[in-house]
Ligand binder design. Structure first.
Ligand code: AP5
Ligand code: MG
Length: 218
């Protein structure tokens, strides 16, 4: 049976950082809706141009566009053994759509780790974040610095600061998260698959907690 994991948490909680490690450990693809949008923006596709209008303001990209994009990604053969979703779903409509898509592949959401971090800490994490151009690897100038400033440890590509990591946009993204994504915590709690993870520990400690919690998941 495939295993599908949804990583939930506010902007800057460490979803991308942890998803890269956990997906590797479980040998399933890491699917980040934000990374796919940024890839489309870089290539200037129609989807990228449309998504960029919302992303630069810190708003969510409309559900229909986002759901179609994830459905296409999940239909690829590398998802036959499952996937680790980072940043999707983000609204109740997306959560409903996801369970429908997965049921078409004889799958379901098996576990939803929720990485919890206080708001003031999120702002510090996002405004100090540096992201790699080639593959979206994530660093922090204070908490997780690259070996050489401005250069990705993993693939040597340039590190940049995301446009939506400015303080004003970060504040808006957190508000949007509280309004539109927080209800998913209750939704998955009711389904009995939510796993609380304390995100205010070192990156290694959070990874260890995630892997331990996911060991039991089938
Ligand atoms: P997206 O790219 O998903 O951004 P996000 O959810 O706001 O989350 P982030 O990527 O900012 O944070 P993260 O939790 O991945 O943290 P990270 O590991 O990088 O989405 C961007 C935009 O796309 C959205 O605003 C929206 O417009 C659109 N979008 C995406 N998905 C959508 C959807 N489903 N529907 C509609 N629109 C959608 O870590 C952050 C920093 O903290 C890093 O510098 C890292 O090094 C550091 N750090 C990580 N862990 C720790 C730790 N334990 N201690 C100290 N520092 C740490
Ligand atoms: Mg991310």
């Amino acid at each position: 049976m495939p295993i599908f994991i949804v990583l939930l948490g506010p902007p800057g909680a460490g979803k991308g950082t942890q998803a890269q490690r956990v997906a590797k450990a479980l040998d399933i693809p890491h699917i980040s809706s934000g990374d796919i949008f940024r890839e489309n923006i870089k290539k200037q596709t129609d989807l990228g141009k449309e998504a960029n209008r919302f992303i630069t303001k810190g708003e969510l990209v409309p559900d229909d566009l986002t759901i179609a994009m994830i459905k296409e990604r999940l239909s690829r053969t590398d998802c036959e053994s499952g996937a680790l979703l980072d940043g999707f779903p983000r609204t109740p409509a997306q959560a409903e759509a996801l369970s429908k898509i997965l049921s078409e592949f004889d799958g379901k959401v098996n576990a939803v780790p929720y990485i919890n971090v206080a708001e003031h800490e999120l702002i510090e994490r996002l405004t100090g974040r540096w992201t790699c151009r080639a593959q979206g690897h994530v660093f922090h100038e204070k908490f997780n610095p690259p070996k050489r400033a401005g250069v990705c440890d993993f693939d040597g590509s340039e590190l940049y600061q995301r446009d939506d990591d400015k303080v004003e946009t970060v504040t808006r993204r957190i508000k949007v998260y509280l309004e539109q994504t927080m209800p998913l915590i209750e939704y998955y709690k009711k389904l009995g698959i939510l796993i609380d993870i304390n995100g205010e520990q070192t990156i290694d400690q959070v990874t260890a907690n995630l892997l331990k919690a996911l060991e039991k998941v089938k």
